[in-house]
Design a protein around this ligand. Sequence first.
Ligand code: HEC
Length: 194
Amino acid sequence: MFRKPLMALTGLSLLLAISPVRAGEPDMAALTQEGKEVMMGFGTALKAELVKAMKEGGPTKAIPVCNVEAPKLAKMASDKSGWAVGRSSHKLRNSKNTPDPFTRAAIDDFLAREAAGEKADKMIKTAIVEEGGQKVFRLVKAIPTAKPCLNCHGGAGVKPKVVEALAKLYPDDAARGFSEGQMRGVFTLSKVLK
Ligand code: HEC
C-alpha cells in the first residue's frame, strides 16, 4: 500500500538530484531546444521561398529572395519569438551580416574543426554571456553548403547572368567558391534572459 507512493517519491528526488538545472539557473537544454525551433522556423521558410523562386525563374529570379526576403523572414521570426535571429559568415556577401565577436569566435572554432575533418552539419555552440549588463543566451549553428546553394555561392559553375546580377548588388561579394558540404556560414540567435 505505502510502497508505491514512496517509490515514486524516491524516484522524484533522484530525478531532482541528478537534474543539472538548479533553481534560478537557466536551463541550457531547454533554451537550446527553443533556439533550434526558432532557427528551423526561419530556415524552413527561407528555403521554401528560395526553392519556389528557383523553380519559377532560376537563380537570377531567386536572388531577391535572399536579398529582400531573408532579412524580412529573419525579422518576422524575431518578432514572433522574441529571439534575435540572423545569418553570418566568414565569407560575406552582405556586410550587414558581419559577425559580432561571439559569432566570429564560433565561426573560427567551426572552421578549425572542419579543417580537422569534422562535418559542418552538426556543429553548434551555445553559451550564456553578459551583454550590456544583461544575461543573454547565444546559439550559433553551422550551415553546410547544399547543392542548390552552389547556384549563387559556387565557383566557376555560377552562371554568367547570376555573376552579373550579384556583382551589381554586392560589389564586394566574398561568398563564392564554396563546394557541397562545406560550411557556408551560420545561423546566429540570441535571447535576453529575464
Ligand atoms: C539565388 C541565389 C542564392 C542561392 C541559391 C543561395 N543564396 Fe545565400 N545569399 C544570396 C544572397 C543574394 C545573399 C545576400 C543576402 C543579404 O543581402 O542579406 C546571400 C547570403 C547568404 C548568407 C548570409 C551571409 C552573407 O554572406 O551575407 C548565408 C549564410 C547564405 N547566403 C547561405 C546560403 C545557403 C546555405 C544556401 C543554400 C541552401 C544559399 N545561401 C543559397 C544568394 C543566394
